[in-house]
Design a binder for this molecule. Structure first.
Ligand code: HEC
Ligand code: HEC
Ligand code: HEC
Ligand code: HEC
Ligand code: HEC
Ligand code: HEC
Ligand code: HEC
Length: 357
């Protein structure tokens, strides 16, 4: 007998062996034409496909042969992504520079964290379903190795490795798109306003933004970039000139300039209302109402931009003399020595402090 005549027999035998292996491993068909057990898709059943895979330690080799290597359907014509659009996770899912990185997936899918909780648990700790926690070594832990929820305020923007309760770490650098350069609009002058600046009081996020109570608060991730800059709090809107100058601050998200903020000089004082009238050379004293550019760097807040030195309407003084009267704020070299007393909404003169109203 010629050996080639046995080829069909080999083929039939290998199909049979393959199928019997599959039938042993997978739940048995219940009716002709169905590959899987009727309960294969019943989450409550012991035969549920998720439980089957869990018992196999998530090894999906068995599925590949009919559902395709990329799980897009193959000969079964049923794609895993028909039902759970992120699972099986693609290669590159945990590499931050990969197109299939899970952060990129989430960004492209409206930050649908709820879809992850289904399998990873309400608290992202793995739950009872997958036991795969997001908060394990090398993943969502801060620099002190403390667990940090993926919903932490410095997960998607800000400094990822800082403790989640450190507010300054919530703001860029690291914008949503990963940018860290201060010439990028997402980063801009954040840190100088909230922490590292030498000129003025540290601001809270709420001076410029509506701060979400949690990641799902309305108006937060449900709106498209650019971010909303509303300046709704007290400082940038501080009313001066005895209630007559009401600043209407705004941020222009095309030229990236702030206008009409109290902070950058939209203020006025009246001599008639002052207890220190000798400080005035005119009936009013005003700031310079400058419009700084968010990404312009230090020149946007150079000495003299927000108010002249001294301000228009102020008695004459050299920059080295400001300290004689505005002691504790500035020194005789014209350097701000206590930033908590400058751009704080208050007149600081002769060691006293009162509201600029
Ligand atoms: C021998 C081929 C084959 C293998 C192996 C296979 N499947 Fe399927 N699967 C199918 C076919 C065909 C369907 C379409 C529905 C049917 O005929 O049962 C299907 C449907 C499904 C469905 C949808 C069921 C429904 O009720 O809508 C799920 C879920 C599924 N498969 C998961 C898996 C998983 C998980 C694995 C691996 C552990 C796997 N399959 C292995 C062929 C296969
Ligand atoms: C017909 C819909 C459907 C298809 C197709 C499907 N699944 Fe599922 N799968 C579910 C449902 C429903 C759950 C339960 C969790 C949920 O609600 O999303 C689930 C959960 C899982 C889980 C989580 C473990 C668990 O117990 O919940 C794994 C793992 C899983 N599926 C693997 C696969 C794989 C691999 C494929 C493709 C081969 C696949 N599934 C195709 C519907 C489907
Ligand atoms: C249908 C269930 C299911 C859903 C939905 C799901 N996961 Fe998973 N995930 C798993 C399972 C099971 C594993 C463990 C092994 C694996 O990848 O199969 C896992 C592993 C991971 C890992 C670790 C991967 C690795 O290689 O170590 C990350 C990160 C992850 N998931 C993130 C997410 C994110 C983010 C979402 C939401 C967009 C999500 N998962 C949705 C089931 C799921
Ligand atoms: C002085 C005003 C100001 C303060 C204070 C401020 N921001 Fe911003 N923020 C902005 C501006 C301006 C933008 C850029 C808007 C644009 O791109 O049009 C921005 C953008 C953002 C963005 C979007 C980043 C991106 O990728 O586009 C986030 C997130 C953000 N800020 C968070 C914070 C947090 C958190 C704080 C407090 C820790 C804070 N900001 C404090 C002015 C401010
Ligand atoms: C899942 C990712 C994610 C998490 C977690 C997250 N943010 Fe955001 N955040 C975004 C995105 C995306 C934007 C830009 C939205 C836009 O364009 O309005 C944003 C913008 C902001 C802004 C700028 C104002 C705005 O709404 O545009 C502030 C302030 C902010 N987030 C604060 C927070 C705080 C506080 C937390 C924690 C309670 C937090 N974020 C958690 C994704 C996230
Ligand atoms: C970003 C805008 C801005 C810049 C730049 C700025 N100032 Fe001011 N400055 C203000 C505002 C606003 C006030 C009004 C009082 C307040 O809120 O502290 C003020 C008030 C003062 C006062 C009065 C004392 C006080 O705080 O009440 C002195 C002195 C002063 N500035 C000096 C300087 C010097 C010196 C420089 C440069 C090193 C400078 N300023 C740069 C905004 C600015
Ligand atoms: C001789 C004392 C004196 C000197 C020197 C002086 N100031 Fe003043 N300054 C005053 C007085 C008085 C007021 C009015 C305060 C009031 O109305 O209560 C004033 C008001 C101001 C204000 C507005 C209110 C506030 O405190 O923020 C600014 C800004 C200011 N001075 C900046 C300067 C700068 C900059 C210099 C130096 C170039 C300077 N001053 C030098 C006495 C002085």
């Amino acid at each position: 007998m010629q050996i080639y005549k046995l080829i069909p027999v080999f083929i039939i035998m290998s199909i049979f062996l393959g199928c019997s292996k599959l039938q042993k491993e997978l739940p048995q068909p219940t009716s002709p034409g169905t590959v899987h057990n009727a309960a294969w898709n019943d989450t409550a059943s012991a035969d549920f496909h998720g439980k089957y895979l869990k018992a196999k330690n998530w090894k999906k080799d068995d599925c590949v042969q009919c559902h395709a290597v990329d799980f897009s359907g193959g000969t079964s014509r049923i794609s895993c992504y028909d039902c759970h659009n992120s699972y099986p996770h693609k290669k590159g899912w945990i590499q931050s520079d990969n197109v299939f990185f899970h952060g990129v997936f989430l960004k492209n899918n409206n930050w649908d964290l709820m879809s992850c909780k289904i399998c990873h648990g309400i608290g992202y700790d793995g739950g009872s379903i997958t036991n795969v926690s997001c908060m394990t070594s090398g993943c969502h832990l801060d620099e002190n190795q403390n667990k940090k929820s993926p919903e932490a305020c410095n997960t998607c923007h800000g400094n990822f490795s800082s403790p989640e309760n450190l507010v300054v770490s919530w703001a860029p650098p690291r914008g949503i798109d990963g940018s860290t350069d201060s010439t990028h609009r997402s980063v801009g002058a954040h840190q100088v306003h909230i922490a590292t600046g030498k000129l003025g009081k540290n601001l809270k996020c709420g001076e410029c933004h509506n701060v979400p109570a949690n990641v799902f608060t309305n108006g937060h991730i449900d709106s498209d970039l650019p971010a909303e800059v509303v300046m709704n709090d007290t400082l940038s809107r501080l009313i001066t000139a005895n209630g007559t100058l009401i600043p209407n601050p705004s941020f222009n998200n095309s030229d990236l300039k702030c206008s009409n903020t109290y902070c950058h000089g939209n203020w006025k004082l009246r001599k008639a209302a002052s207890t220190n009238q000798f400080g005035y050379a005119d009936s009013i004293m005003v700031g310079a109402n400058f419009s700084p550019k968010w990404v312009g760097g230090a020149v946007e807040a150079a000495c003299g931009t927000c108010h002249a030195l001294p301000p228009t309407g102020h008695i004459a003084s050299s920059i080295n003399a400001c300290a004689n009267c505005h002691s504790g704020v500035v020194n005789n070299a014209g350097v701000i020595i206590d930033k908590s007393k400058h751009i704080n909404g208050k007149i600081n003169v002769f060691g006293q402090e009162k509201w600029m109203n």
